[in-house]
Design a protein around this ligand. Structure first.
Ligand code: ADP
Ligand code: MG
Ligand code: MG
Length: 898
């Protein structure tokens, strides 16, 4: 096996790169694209990449090296030294390298990097001699010790930051750059001291010299420890959490890139920065990013000093040339990768070096805009444009925003780093964000700047607010990735995390823990108090992409809605009908009384009256629904839930009786309540979801479906007479055997015929059934003989296939199953392969006896992109999902067809 791949040029200037962008599984994203950039002639500091497979072998063998791997690495190191004409650790002219992790999937900030490796008490002299810049050399050395100690040895970074702060205070220095070479040299001694005092001698016996731990001077030891640390970081808790959150497999491993250093901290003609080839927030075609003069590595992302916008580079003396070249690189990269890229670069004494590129993360709005623009520019095809937008991401565009009519005062402004608005209690630590969320309340995480340790809190919070860092800071990047609203760099916020409060500079406003605050990541506004949120209108770009998706899509998209407002909303989102109109919600509120009197009475007259009242009300309900969806199918499901869902709970009644007794209520009233409780008790079921519900209810209480069908037929007749074109269909739930459907179908048809007769109009109402029980799926050929359509109720089908009670398992043990990877995903979110097999069987059997049968899905899965793809493969006619998922389902269905 090949474990190591070279990239960059040799001493003669020939490209000796062995990898390319397609080798991400071996070289990781960073390594594969460093190779690709070198291949297309961009300036990449030479180096080599150790494969992800080596990482996994090392990790799986309990952190021991595979046979021969260290020798190969040594050979590539010597080759790199030959290419660079310098040796690592050389006392006269040392080669310095960075050791960088890079997994196949981008995992921002999850893994750690060591810079300036190879410095020791000898090679520092060479660096000083070569650069004639002692300040730079000592700064590089102290950075190396600091990073090595933190990343490789796991020492607390604060130990070193505190020493720097103490030094700055002692010297009256405002910024790091005000420290002199001598100051930095002294810091190096202090850092080595800190290293000796804090590293555990027992854990690192090889570092013990003269009885105490010493900072390793041998570059080979430095290099091996650093590589091992990067490998080890694959399993650090932050990385594991990020992978879980983003559904990234645990067995990919990370590559290690060993790369010769270039220096952005060599003075005022040196700089380091990060950039995007287009604006990742809104997709505009502009150069977007930040840089810092005389800085190294992660200074930009860490938000330590305030950065300058990339567009200024061209106007800075000594950096103009590199600035121009960078703009050419942007174009080269976009033309090559045919996508928006993000970039890390360093300018060393006026010369530009590329350190990283990848296809850049972007908001949903930017994804749409970039895809459409690139199609117009001829860079990509329409099909590619449709594939470029992640359906899940569309959710962001449908994110809430501040209500324009709401009155509120903006107390501070920051950068609009990730769109959408959030309202919640202010919390000042990740742990508090998690606690508040677990208590069922909403919060906004307020931080000076976030770091990878804050990840759990960032996931828990509704939104993120920081006082430092730019649009490429950690908070901004992660929030955009998660689709969480984020406002960053609000300089007016003076946060005191200890006291859990923040003052707004120049005002007497203080935000305290628990205060409601609102942030708008689209505008950068911060508001004290809860602003009313509203949902946005669809943007033109979204419409365009959805129309393109519609051109490719072969599967229909309908909505689940049970009132005219939702029906209209989903029609606006492009729903082509209602796949599921539940009728049980129509029995709540005032109507609960009516249905209760139906259920509980023995008196036929009372029953009759209740049914008449319900008929009246339901006719109005259906009239509204069919009108809103005029010209499109509306599938009405007959009453489904167990009857006692409409009754008082026995426990409530018990309490009431006790109270009546205590307050001396009339004996007759108490007796009546007692009787009611007995009745309700008698109806209780041990497993109501497997009990008297669905078509079983319709068979035992035929008056109920008859009333509902009459209401449907009458509403339809009325609309037809008004000149409209209603298209209702009747769906019978929870069928398991053919005679159930046969019986009910006959009864429905009789009622429809009666209404036709009475109204003098022709009413053509298809009658179908839900397939939501395994028995129905496996006997679908029989059931199809009596059904005009099937709608797969994949929620109940998942419950009954697994024998999982959704309400019980989703909170209690599915999360554990997911953690332990016993299930690949929550089967109530993404349709399970076993359940999908039942759906497929149902389709095939159904078609075998009824070739014209219409086949749809109306479970929650209809709005899940992965499930939509499965349903497309099975060949369903349509999916039906909640109104806000309709755009997403259209896009996913379009993608499934490509
Ligand atoms: P991350 O995956 O967290 O982005 P990187 O490996 O990209 O980590 O390293 C972080 C930063 O360190 C880079 O953006 C770059 O500024 C700096 N860096 C890494 N390697 C080198 C190098 N060979 N020369 C100069 N700077 C480097
Ligand atoms: Mg990077
Ligand atoms: Mg059901």
């Amino acid at each position: 096996v090949k474990r190591v791949y070279a990239f960059g040029k040799d001493a003669q200037g020939n490209n000796v790169t062995e990898g390319n962008t397609h080798m991400k599984a071996q070289l990781g994203g960073k390594g594969a694209n460093l190779a690709e950039m070198a291949n297309i002639g961009l300036p990449v500091p030479p180096g080599f990449t150790i494969t992800c497979q080596t990482c996994m072998e090392y990790a799986n063998a309990d952190n021991t090296w595979p046979e021969g791997a260290l020798d190969t690495i040594q050979a590539y190191r010597e080759d790199l030294e030959a290419r660079m004409g310098k040796k690592i650790g050389d006392a006269a002219d040392p080669l310095l390298v960075s050791v960088r992790s890079g997994a196949p999937m981008s995992m921002p900030g999850m893994m750690d990097t060591v810079l300036n490796l190879g410095l020791n008490d000898e090679s520092i002299k060479g660096l000083i001699a070569q650069t004639e810049n002692p300040r730079f050399a000592w700064d590089s050395y102290r950075r190396f010790i600091q990073m090595f100690s933190n990343v490789v040895m796991g020492l607390d970074g604060d130990l070193f930051e505190n020493a720097i702060t103490a030094m700055k205070n002692a010297r009256g220095a405002a910024s790091d750059t005000d420290l002199s070479a001598e100051d930095l040299q002294e810091l190096v001694s202090e850092f080595k001291q800190i290293f000796s005092e804090n590293v555990d001698a027992a854990a690192y016996p090889s570092l013990v010299v003269d009885g105490r731990v010493q900072f390793p001077q041998d570059p080979s030891v430095q290099l091996q420890l650093a590589i091992e640390a990067v490998f080890g970081s694959w399993n650090n808790p932050r990385a594991v959490l990020y992978r879980k959150q983003n559904k990234i497999a645990d067995d990919l491993g990370t590559a290690v890139n060993v790369q010769s250093m270039v220096f952005g901290n060599k003075g005022n003609t040196s700089a380091t920065g990060v950039a995007f080839t287009r604006n990742p927030a809104n997709g505009e075609k502009e150069f977007y990013g930040d840089y810092l003069v005389n800085a190294q590595g992660e200074d930009v992302v860490a938000g330590i000093r305030n950065t300058s916008p990339i567009a200024d580079l061209k106007n800075v003396e000594g950096l103009e040339e590199a600035g121009r070249e960078l703009e050419e690189v942007f174009v080269t990269l976009e033309n090559h990768f045919r996508d928006m890229c993000d970039i890390e670069f360093t300018i060393e004494q006026g010369k530009l070096w590329m350190l990283q590129t990848r296809v850049g993360k972007r908001t949903a709005a930017a994804a749409l805009h970039i895809a459409i623009e690139m199609e117009k520019e001829g860079l990509i095809t329409k099909e590619e444009a449709v594939m470029r937008v992640d359906p899940e991401q569309l959710d962001q565009l449908l994110h809430p925003q501040f209500d324009k009519n709401a009155h509120y005062d903006v107390i501070a402004k920051g950068l609009n780093a990730s769109p959408g608005a959030a309202v919640g209690e202010a919390v000042f630590s990740a742990a508090d964000a998690v606690a508040v969320t677990e208590a069922g309340r909403k919060c906004v995480l307020v931080r000076w700047e976030t770091n990878p340790d804050d990840l759990a809190g960032m996931i828990a919070a509704e939104g993120i607010l920081t006082s430092h860092g730019g649009k490429t800071s950690h908070a901004a990047v992660i929030a955009r990735g998660m689709g969480a609203p984020c406002v960053c760099g609000v300089e007016a916020l003076k946060i005191d995390a200890e006291k859990k409060q923040a003052e707004v500079a120049g005002t007497d406003i203080v935000i305290r823990e628990g205060d409601m605050i609102s942030i708008d990541g689209t505008t950068g506004s911060v508001v004290l108090g809860a602003v009313n949120l509203v949902l946005p209108e669809l943007t033109g770009d979204l419409d365009t992409i959805l129309e393109w998706a519609d051109e490719f899509r072969t599967m229909g998209v309908r909505a689940n809605a049970d009132n005219p407002e939702d029906a209209e909303l989903s029609r606006g989102f492009g729903a082509e009908g209602i796949g599921l109109c539940r009728t049980e919600h129509m029995f709540l509120g005032d109507r609960k009384q009516i249905i209760q009197s139906f259920i509980l009475t023995d008196d036929p007259a009372v029953r009759e009256k209740a049914l008449d009242d319900l008929l009246e009300a339901q006719t109005g309900d259906f009239y509204g629904m069919f009108k809103a969806m005029d010209g499109l199918p509306v599938i009405v499901r007959l009453l489904d839930p167990p009857l006692h869902e409409f009754l008082e709970s026995p426990r409530t009644l018990d309490v009431e009786i006790a109270r009546m007794e205590a307050t001396g209520a009339p004996a007759a009233d108490i007796a009546a309540k007692r009787k009611l409780m007995e009745q309700v008790d008698a109806m209780a079921e041990a497993n109501p979801m497997l009990g008297l519900r669905g078509c079983r209810l319709a068979i035992l209480y035929p008056e109920l479906p008859a009333m509902q069908v009459r209401a449907i037929a009458r509403a339809m007749a009325r609309l037809k007479k008004e000149g409209l074109n209603p298209e209702p269909e009747i769906m019978i739930p929870l069928v398991s055997v053919l005679p159930e459907l046969e019986t009910l179908r006959g009864e429905c048809e009789a009622v429809i015929a009666e209404v036709c007769e009475a109204e003098g109009v022709e009413l053509n109402i298809p009658i179908g059934t839900m397939i939501e029980l395994p028995r129905a799926a496996v006997t679908a050929d029989e059931i199809a003989t009596q059904a005009d359509f099937f709608s797969f109720g994949t929620n109940d089908l998942t419950q009954t296939t697994f024998g999982f009670s959704r309400d019980d398992v989703e909170a209690k043990f599915i999360p554990r199953y997911l953690e332990r990877r016993i299930l690949p995903c929550n089967p109530f979110e993404t349709v399970d392969s076993g359940v999908a097999t039942l759906v497929q069987m149902g389709c095939e059997k159904g078609r075998s006896t009824n070739p014209d049968i219409q086949l749809g899905v109306c479970g929650e899965h209809g709005g899940d992109p992965d499930s939509v793809k499965t349903f497309h493969k099975i060949g369903l006619t349509y999916v039906s999902c909640s109104p806000y998922r309709v755009p997403l389902a259209r896009l996913a269905a379009g993608q499934a067809a490509l």
